[in-house]
Design a protein around this ligand. Structure first.
Ligand SMILES: *Cc1c(COP(=O)(O)O)cnc(C)c1O
Length: 827
């Protein structure tokens, strides 16, 4: 390594300025290097000044991003080191490969369509007796995640386990150079990301590149396409590789396996074993066999030792859940694992989640870090300190004996039991609380204690799906068009504060709500993005100014009232300093709210007397963006809009931003995207033009439970007015959801179906206010079982069709009494 590389290698790497907490000390930041990456929607070079002010001194910057202005700015930081490169990402990857070269320990590299993270986590658990393991945090497997993961390797580690994920051709080469696995695992192949590849075979071939320098490859021979490609490609480039294959179907393979219920018999060169599997669903069985075969490849083990390790396995939860806590707290439940990298991620999530006045962290001992105890807890304490945590609670003997590193008001307990019996949990109020613990500490008991009990029906919101959908529309509109996100109607039923938090984190440009009080609630939850209010009553004007909300003005009457109001509220001694922003709505054919084209001259004339009133944006709305039959009307609206805005600009002498498109419009009329678009239902998982309907992911899953099951003979009836007459002996389940929760009455009498343990079950009889009866004769169902009303399995679009309505009504119809639970899948 060159001296420069050596120096960067010894620093902590940051790629996202948002990971840096407000309270990070200058000394902490002095130890970091910031890799500024210029993305399509986000240019990290914008944040260098801020980081410098806080104490960062090392920056890797991209030549293309160095405008003359920026060069001048950076010159003003004489004691900072700037390293110029063509691509900060490539530099990061190159440094990570150099870092990897310093270690001569076994490194397991995992790729495949599914199961990568589970196999990685389970292997780390299974091999914990024999190795000090470094592994990717959560599912950090991307072009950025892999180098950050591999950089964690230090001298104390004796094994590395890293996963690699790709979505396009040619990505694996870079990851291979960084991981350089000595042992490979190819989990399986599915259809995810198929769009990034020419053929299915090409996708397999690309993934196999991870293993071109490996000594051993583990895979399942039952995937014939994988088997064929391995034989075609890998054997040609790496003649010395050992292939450890296995089969459950009698294909020719090194290990032959059979499964009867939970008993796995497996035989091969390491012996014959019969093992009881802790999980028996097909995906888990496959993941477990990969782990068993890999363990046997690394270590000589007898059946008892294998079995006792398997018995210790716990399900892998990669989910980090947001839950409603007692005393107005919000819980961030990450109670399944605890390592330093994961802690960093969780803390940055806590930091982003600034919905409550205080922040608290409950943390267990950090197991298996491979670091010296002192170093480790000094680092943990400084991470806690850097993220403005008001109250730290440490649980476990090791964190307790290292209390000297933590703030004075911190408290410590040796065991989870001791915490639960002696800590006055009611002291935790109005706080965002991160609960993060290694498995043996059973922190689920703490979550259970602190959580406000949720029963029956709940709407789960997948924050990763929201992010995915946002990115999909961002990519569609490109970097020159801004995005306003509609969070009206409780963010289409998904929960305004949490959704807006996420949108703020991802730096969308604008939010829009229907009423002033929705905007106020966003401000009270820490949202600082500009907010447009679409239907602001004059009585709310004071509130608008007080909370810095920007009204939509749609009529002459309203323009007058607003202008009067703003002028009156500007006291002579405090003249309006900032221009007061508002948004002008043009009616181009909807004939709902807005100025007609013919009224533009009046607006222009009127505004001449109010130079302190400024139009931020001017917009209109398409009446049929999602339907081809209205294409020519949409075009007509667009042309009207262009004429009206041209006239407005000419009269005003400046150019407000213009926007016209909603979600369907973004997909169908990208040529009309102008300066900004207004994203609504697409973000929430419904692609309403249905042209690219699989490009977005469902965001909400509405769950309920079975309260009771009974057998009812043919000829009897179920529910009010005897509408559900049975033509067969049936098992009837009563669900804890009714029309008051938003399960529409139109779905009764067999029109709607729900999902019970893998089976679609029809409704029977009429839907009641709080309950619904379904026929579970064909399903395996028990009282207390979870039932899905909509989500992946039952799509909202399908329900809408059955009800004869539109998806919007279903989303916004889930009543507020239904609890919202937010979660992240990983990353
Ligand atoms: C709700 C709304 C949108 C968003 O529409 P979607 O079809 O949900 O994308 C856009 N513009 C206006 C004026 C709206 O009221």
């Amino acid at each position: 390594m060159t001296t420069q590389e050596l120096q960067l290698d010894n620093l902590q790497w940051i790629t996202d300025s948002r990971q840096v907490g407000e309270q990070a000390s200058a000394a902490q930041l002095g130890n970091t290097v910031f890799f500024a990456i210029q993305g399509e929607h986000h240019d990290a070079h914008d944040f260098i000044g801020e980081l410098y002010q806080k104490g960062s001194r090392h920056f890797v910057v991209e030549r293309a991003a160095l405008t003359p202005d920026r060069r001048v700015e950076f010159m003003a930081y004489p004691d900072a080191q700037f390293i110029e490169t063509d691509s900060s990402l490539q530099m990061l990857q190159m440094l990570a490969s150099e870092h990897r070269r310093q270690f001569r320990i076994p490194i397991i590299g995992i790729t495949g369509s599914n199961g990568k993270t589970i196999v990685k986590e389970w292997l780390a658990q299974l091999l914990a007796d024999d190795f000090v393991v470094a592994k990717s945090p959560k599912s950090y497997n991307s072009q950025l995640g892999v180098p950050l993961s591999v950089h964690q390797l230090n001298e104390s580690h004796t094994l590395g386990i890293f996963e690699a994920g790709i979505s396009k051709s040619h990505e694996m080469q870079a990851l291979e150079a960084i991981i350089r696995p000595t042992i490979g695992i190819f989990t399986n192949i599915g259809t995810a990301h198929d769009e990034g590849f020419r053929t299915h075979k090409q996708k397999i071939a690309e993934k196999l590149r991870l293993f071109i320098h490996s000594g051993t490859l583990v895979y399942c021979a039952d995937y014939t396409q994988i088997d064929e490609e391995v034989n075609m490609l890998l054997k040609a480039v790496n003649a010395h590789m050992r292939f450890i294959t296995w089969s459950l179907t009698g294909k020719s393979a090194v290990y032959q396996a059979t499964l009867q219920q939970d008993q796995l018999s497996i035989s091969g060169p390491s012996g014959n074993f019969t093992l009881k599997l802790p999980f028996t669903d097909p995906a888990s069985v496959e993941d477990l066999i990969h782990c068993i075969v890999t363990m046997l490849t690394l270590r000589v083990l007898d059946a008892d030792s294998l079995q006792s390790r398997l018995n210790r396995l716990r399900p892998v939860s990669m989910r980090l859940e947001l839950k409603e806590g007692i005393n107005n707290c919000v819980l961030i439940d990450d109670s399944y694992n605890n390592d330093v990298a994961g802690l960093q991620l969780a803390l940055s999530f806590l930091h982003q989640q600034s919905t409550r006045k205080h922040r608290a962290v409950i943390l267990s001992d950090v197991l298996q870090s491979g670091q010296q105890e002192d170093d480790l807890y000094e680092q943990v304490a400084s991470l806690i300190g850097a993220n403005s945590v008001d109250q730290f609670i440490g649980i476990g003997p090791v964190v307790s004996r290292n209390r000297r590193f933590f703030a004075d008001n911190s408290v410590f307990f040796d065991t989870t039991d001791q915490f639960l019996t002696t800590f006055p949990v009611n002291n935790l109020r109005d706080s965002d609380i991160l609960v993060k613990g290694a498995r043996p500490f059973s922190f689920e008991r703490i979550v259970n204690r602190l959580q406000r009990k949720v029963h029956g029906t709940l709407l789960e919101i997948n924050l990763d799906a929201l992010t995915h959908n946002l990115n999909y529309y961002r990519e569609k509109v490109g970097s020159d068009t801004k995005i306003m996100v509609m969070v009206k109607a409780f963010a289409y039923g998904s929960g305004s504060a949490e959704v807006a938090q996420l949108l703020q984190f991802h730096r969308v440009d604008y939010l829009a709500v229907a009423y002033a009080d929705e905007g106020v609630s966003l401000r009270q939850n820490g949202i600082e993005l500009p907010i447009m209010v679409m239907n602001p009553a004059p009585e709310t004007f004071t509130t608008l100014l007080e909370y810095n909300l920007e009204p939509e003005i749609y009529s002459i009457r309203m323009l007058r009232e607003w202008a009067d109001f703003v002028t009156r509220s500007a006291q002579p001694e405090t003249p309006v300093s900032a221009p007061s922003l508002f948004h002008l709505k043009i009616d181009t054919g909807m004939h709902r709210l807005g100025f007609l084209e013919s009224e533009i001259p009046i607006v222009v004339d009127y505004l001449k007397n109010y130079p302190h009133l400024q139009i931020a944006t001017v917009f209109s709305h398409l009446v049929g963006a999602d339907e081809a039959q209205f294409n020519s009307f949409s075009q007509h609206q667009y042309e009207t809009f262009l004429r009206a805005t041209a006239e407005l600009e000419a009269g005003l002498g400046y150019r407000p931003m213009r926007h016209l498109l909603n979600s369907a419009g973004i997909v169908r009329f990208s040529e009309y995207r102008l300066d900004m678009v207004r994203l609504g239902i697409g973000l929430y998982g419904v692609e309403s033009s249905q042209i690219e309907k699989d490009a977005v992911r469902p965001v909400g899953t509405l769950h309920t439970v079975i309260s009771q099951i009974k057998t009812v003979p043919a000829g009897e009836s179920v529910g009010y007015s005897r509408r559900g007459v049975l033509d067969h002996d049936a098992r009837i389940a009563t669900l804890a959801i009714g029309y008051a929760d938003g399960y529409d009455r139109r779905l009764g009498n067999g029109v709607g179906h729900v999902w019970v343990n893998g089976t679609r079950c029809p409704t029977v009889g009429s839907i009641c206010m709080d309950m619904t009866m379904i026929d579970v004769t064909k399903a395996s169902a028990a009282e207390g079982d979870d039932v899905i009303i909509f989500g992946n399995e039952i799509r909202i679009t399908e329900l809408a069709q059955q009800m004869g309505t539109i998806p919007y009504e279903i989303l916004t119809g889930v009543s507020e009494r239904v609890k919202r639970v937010f979660f992240k899948e990983g990353n």
